[in-house]
Design a protein around this ligand. Structure first.
Ligand code: 2P0
Length: 319
């Protein structure tokens, strides 16, 4: 009997934004993330007469169900098993977070698949399997600070924990400014981004940025980590703007949030931002500043929702 598998979402501090192989989801760069305690997905797979996918108790039809079963069929073929399956997932992502991440979803799904069939595989192998569901999911197999090495091929592209239980005083505030679904999926966005004339120079910086981030983590250097995470996010979004044709995930509130973070920093409240494939902003700060930053966002934005998170664990098996 398969277990319920829990996987936590992660946020990249050094972003994955480009593939060299779309089918296998092999990235063009290595990336580095932190796994989050407040956001996770629980998934259990059982045998079934027909394929069914339930999310938060509601059966899903259409695109999301199709992506789940395309992936499960891929895994079944890979392992030489067959049969229809019922997938039950619960997303414990506070609706306030604006953080609908496929990272926790596909890590939990890969884990639930192996648990259902009784396949005992190493975390590294599980990370490879999760990667093929959604790139960022390979990092959610582990907790704390996680590095996804781009590798050369399917067997060498996987994530591992750099530090499962970091002691760094670091909080991530997920700030929902705009709850609308994103205009361009990550998969499409990163494909288009490779046409930017700055894509190659950005790739060439990948190893340097990774080395600097690893050093910041090893030295418990919050300032270096924050500065570099912000720079890396800006680079990713600059590449989107300069793609041909150019595009952006930013909305007016995104710019306003960036300005607020800069203003707070000028007034001595140390904080940095990172932004993914959507208009919402995540603020990185220390515990002592969470209250003040939250108050500032609430007073300056209408209907803003904020959830603060810190380091979360890797994959776990619940029952
Ligand atoms: C990341 N993102 O490193 C980057 C930064 C969003 C911006 O990974 O196409 O859902 O399924 O491999 O993993 C989101 O992309 O993309 C993502 P696919 P995924 O977290």
């Amino acid at each position: 009997m398969g277990k319920t598998v829990r996987a936590h979402a992660n946020i990249a501090l050094i972003k994955y934004w480009g593939k060299k192989d779309e089918r296998l989801r092999l990235p063009l760069m290595s990336s580095l993330s932190m796994t989050l305690d407040r956001f996770y997905t629980d998934t259990k797979i059982t045998e079934s007469d027909l394929n069914h996918f339930y999310l938060n108790g509601i059966e899903q039809i259409g695109q999301s169900s199709q992506r789940v079963f395309t992936y499960l069929k891929f895994l079944q073929d890979k392992f030489g098993v067959s049969g229809n399956l019922a997938v039950r997932s619960t997303n414990h992502v506070p609706t306030a977070a604006g953080l609908a991440s496929s990272s926790s979803a596909f890590a939990a799904l890969a884990g639930a698949f192996c648990s259902h069939y009784g396949f005992e595989i190493e975390p590294k192998e599980l990370s490879r399997l999760a990667r093929m569901g959604s790139g960022s999911a390979c990092r959610s197999v582990f907790g704390g600070f996680v590095l996804w090495q781009k590798g050369e091929d399917d067997t060498t592209s996987y994530a591992y924990a750099l530090n499962e239980k970091p002691e760094m005083d670091l909080q991530l505030l997920a700030i929902e400014l705009n709850p609308k679904p994103k205009k361009l999926s990550s998969t499409e966005g990163m494909k288009q981004a490779t046409s930017s004339p700055f894509f190659k120079p950005w790739l060439q910086r990948n190893q340097t940025e990774l080395d600097q981030m690893i050093t910041a983590i090893q030295n418990n250097d919050f300032t270096a980590l924050g500065q570099l995470a912000e720079l890396n996010a800006n680079e990713m979004h600059a590449i989107n703007l300069t793609a041909q044709p150019g595009f952006t995930y930013f909305e007016p509130q995104t710019i306003a949030a960036i300005n607020l973070v800069r203003h707070l920093r000028e007034t001595g409240i140390e904080c940095y931002y990172t932004i993914d494939a959507g208009p919402n902003v995540k603020v990185i700060t220390r515990l002592k500043n969470v209250k003040e930053i939250t108050n500032q966002f609430v007073s300056q934005f209408d209907n803003v929702k904020i959830v603060n998170a810190s380091f979360g664990p890797g994959l776990s098996y619940l029952d």
